[in-house]
Design a protein around this ligand. Structure first.
Ligand code: E4P
Length: 223
């Protein structure tokens, strides 16, 4: 499963990219507004920080003609950009148009397998299935991810299922179990994936034993 970081903060992108485990970045209007810089400037800096990565940047209009203009503008900025489009009627029409033009799309704010079917039929590159926002309503958000992965497999759609609105490491575990193609998550969730108390205590013991024995990897001459 590919890992995207969900942020508009260039420092967070750089941090995740340094570990060599980052496949892409998702942004949304809220995250870009929070980043406090221009949209184009922020997205281009992100593209540069993740060479070859897939970078989602979202349109903000809600009518087809304006959305199309915005999508063409955004996709002209950099070849790594995927145009993010909300799941509304004009959005699905836009995804069909962009798909015919060979422009990659990420359909966002998808909550049900029925919505996912519309996105897949329109030719979406990614279907962003939001999990945390559904869990917040005391409904199992991961159920729609499982249904969508099955739907894509059963009918042989090219779309990939992207698990979004990830709130904790268990969502990542469940996304893997569901067979999702991508999960996008805040940097703090990627950091949480590193941690296990037995890793920490195990390493502490290894190093204590090594140091007690007075061992060294390098010959004294090479130090
Ligand atoms: C995905 O592309 C969205 O930007 C994001 O995952 C939304 O997450 P939230 O529900 O935590 O805002």
């Amino acid at each position: 499963m590919r890992i995207f970081v969900d942020t508009g903060d260039i420092n967070e992108v750089k941090q995740a990219a340094e570990w060599g485990i980052l496949d892409g970045v998702t942004t949304n209007p809220t995250l870009i507004a929070k980043a406090g810089k221009g949209f184009r400037e922020t997205v281009l800096a992100i593209c540069e920080a993740v060479p070859g990565g897939d970078i989602s940047a979202e349109v903000v209009a809600t009518d087809y003609p304006t959305m199309l203009k915005e999508a063409m503008e955004i996709s002209s900025w950099h070849p790594q950009i995927t145009v993010k489009v909300p799941l509304i009627k004009d959005g699905i029409k836009l995804v069909s148009t962009l798909s015919d033009k060979g422009i990659r799309t990420n359909v966002t704010l998808v909550f049900t397998v029925g919505q996912a079917l519309l996105a897949a039929k329109a030719g979406a590159t990614y279907i962003s299935n939001f999990v945390g926002r559904v869990d917040d309503l005391n409904i199992d958000g991961m159920a729609a991810v499982e249904e969508t992965v099955q739907m894509v497999d059963t009918y042989g759609f090219d779309s990939e299922v992207l698990v979004a609105s990830v709130r904790h490491p268990l969502h990542v575990t469940q996304a893997i179990a569901a067979g999702a193609h991508v999960a996008t998550m805040p940097l703090k969730i990627i950091e949480m994936l590193f941690h296990h108390p037995l890793t920490d205590s195990g390493l502490e013991r290894f190093l204590a034993d090594w140091n007690k024995a007075g061992l060294s990897i390098f010959d004294k001459a090479t130090v």
